[in-house]
Design a protein. Sequence first.
Length: 284
Amino acid sequence: MSPSHLPPTTAELLPLLYHHCRILFSGSRLPSHDHNHHLRVWNYVTDLLCELSENGNVVTDNEIRQLMIAVFFHDAGLTRTLDISHGLESRKLCQDFLDKNPVLSQAGAAAALHAIEFHDLKEALPDSDESPGMDILKVLTVCDDADAYGSVGILRYAEIYLLRGIGTGMLAEKVLKNMAHRFDFLSSQEWIPGNFFRKHQERHRYAAGFYKSLQRSIASGKKDPVGLKIIETYMDQVYYGTSGFGEFAGMLMKSSCRETGIFGRELSAELEQKRQLFPGRDIC
């Protein structure tokens, strides 16, 4: 087999998939789930794989390739629909990409396609037909969920739920229910290394604490809760406006409101960690 017909290495595949994902989202205004979200999820995957490797788990090149394909297509279907069926739409977009780049599927892409379609099922993940080895679907699900925690996760939840028609009065309740399902799934995965689990357990507590505080404020009839103001400002400046996550964080840090400023600093710190991991990428 000639070099031109060999599957690309993971180092070659990352910019290819990232660029294609960016193109897919170029016609859709969805800051919460765009190419940057997919890159952050890949960051969590690499972190998890490193910890698994340190614990003696062997990951094959083909498994890494399938994980990368799954990561960079899992939410691509949101460019077509915002509902739960986006997983199937994402799979179709990935299949179209593979059909145009057959060298990528020479080693088989069934596990990646399966993971893409079913990644958003948080309660009962279907079994894959793949042979024993790394469970691509579970790894994708765990790492996708990781991006729903922390300050970034708070904003991602708000954006997608508001776009799905959930009003601000029910937002916290809906988010907390979904977040609990995600964390229950994470907690049930005994194969996850302790360091990885504890890191995201803390990020889960932070995001859940934000929405529990918002829920209490709304229930008590408090006027203009800080959490709701942050969300409304995000939708105005980022979703409907032209600011990125980084610019939004900078704006919050200048606020005269102490709680708003603290959230802005937390968001800025989280984004900075991603920039250090991916120099030259437009993580925002």
